[in-house]
Design a protein around this ligand. Structure first.
Ligand code: NAD
Length: 368
């Protein structure tokens, strides 16, 4: 059997710093669990522009298409702010998402008990929270035509078009139902079927995919505005939420903040199944390159470590190892370790990026 393959694109700013901690964990799996990943590395974002004049070379793009999973750190930084739009660091990431056709964006909102005080909501509302938002990522109003700013009579009109085909809705619905089967078997689909035809079609198609292929999963529908209220009122009522690109953008950011710090949030973007049955996949922390703290050993590596845990679960069929890694993170937090972004309690001294990674490795050791 061939080793699972992983392309690491650490990127810019704190990207390489947080990725160095993931490398420790990958090494741990090799030495302690006898799981050897076939790891290759490449450049993306500003560092790729510096080296090659483009934020993503064709060679790196081709490698991303071949591997079982891509793990990305972060891209961007003030040095690149004045570059032409076509070569900005973010274009490298967008090219990966587009050419890999990563249509399902998974954003977990998970609240570790030790950090429940960080939420702006009451502790009992968020403690133990574990929900997953599946956002459609490659269609909808951010891509629909016509779009633009046009002259109409003696004024201008700004136009964007919400457009979804049945097949686009079907495939993201399947991703959500598949995920629910690995979790608590419940999906809530959110749209605005009361005022938008695209929402009406969304609701019909999700229901049809459910009835024909996933009748064992519990399905409910909710208007997206009501969903936003319910996420703030009692988020634990949800398991998997599936929604379109625009509503998913808003709802996933709101849900993420239920849990506290940006340095804690992982994500996955999945595409169609490859020949081996696993989806094309890109894993990355939600945060950016944090130029304000880059190079200072202050970055929280947990978002990137939890992104790797998602890769274990969704790309490598190693769900129990993903559980082990998430429990190790939980243990380290319960022990009181905090990077600077997680401070708040009196008298707690922050640990460095590297110390946090070492502590997670030690907790992994202790789990054996
Ligand atoms: P950011 O996420 O980089 O930082 C926002 C704030 O959160 C900063 O104060 C930062 O120090 C803090 N922060 C972020 N991640 C942290 C971590 N792991 N540990 C501790 N603190 C952390 O967002 P920004 O400042 O708006 O953007 C900075 C650059 O990153 C820009 O060039 C932007 O385009 C880029 N960006 C990239 C991505 C990506 O690569 N996916 C996402 C967002 C922004």
């Amino acid at each position: 059997m061939t080793n699972p393959s992983l392309l690491i694109l650490a990127g810019d700013g704190i990207g390489p710093e947080v990725m160095a901690e993931v490398r420790k964990i990958i090494d741990w799996y090799g030495t302690k669990r006898n799981v050897t990943f076939d790891v290759s590395e490449g450049l993306v974002g500003g560092c790729a522009y510096d080296a090659h004049g483009t934020p993503l070379t064709d060679e790196t793009m081709a490698r991303a298409q071949e591997v079982d999973a891509v793990l990305l750190g972060a891209v961007g930084g003030p040095k690149y702010d004045n570059l032409d739009f076509s070569v900005k660091p973010e274009r490298g990431l967008l090219r990966l998402r587009k050419e890999m056709d990563l249509y399902a964006n998974l954003r977990p909102a998970q609240c570790f008990d030790a950090l429940a005080d960080f939420s702006s909501l009451k502790k009992d509302v968020v403690a133990g929270l574990d929900i997953m938002i599946v956002r459609e990522l490659t269609s909808g109003i951010y891509f629909g035509e016509p779009r633009g700013i046009f002259e109409e009579g003696n004024e201008r009109v700004g136009i964007n078009t919400q457009r979804y085909t049945e097949s686009e809705i079907e495939r993201v619905a399947r991703s959500a139902f598949e995920l629910a089967r690995r979790r608590n078997n419940r999906v809530c689909s959110m749209e605005k079927a009361n005022v938008m035809e695209s929402g009406l079609l969304w609701r019909e198609v999700v229901q049809k995919v459910h009835d024909e292929e996933y009748p064992d999963v519990e399905l409910s529908h909710m208007y997206a505005d009501a969903g936003a209220m319910q996420l703030c009122r009692w988020p634990k009522q949800f398991d998997v939420i599936v929604t379109d690109n625009l509503f998913g953008d808003l709802l996933s950011d709101a849900a993420a903040m239920l849990t506290g710090s940006l340095g804690m949030l992982p994500s996955a973007s999945l595409g169609a199944p490859m020949a081996n049955g696993r989806p094309k996949a890109l894993y990355e922390p939600v945060h950016g390159s944090a130029p304000d703290i880059a190079g200072q050993g202050k970055a929280n590596p947990i978002a990137c470590i939890l992104s790797f845990a998602m890769a274990l679960r969704y790309s490598f069929d190693m769900g129990s190892e993903a559980d082990r890694l998430e429990k190790a993170v939980e243990q380290v937090l319960a022990d009181g370790l905090r990077t600077a972004d997680l401070l708040g309690e009196d008298g707690v001294q922050p640990v460095s990026t590297s110390d946090m990674g070492d502590a997670v490795v030690a907790a992994l050791d202790a789990s054996l």
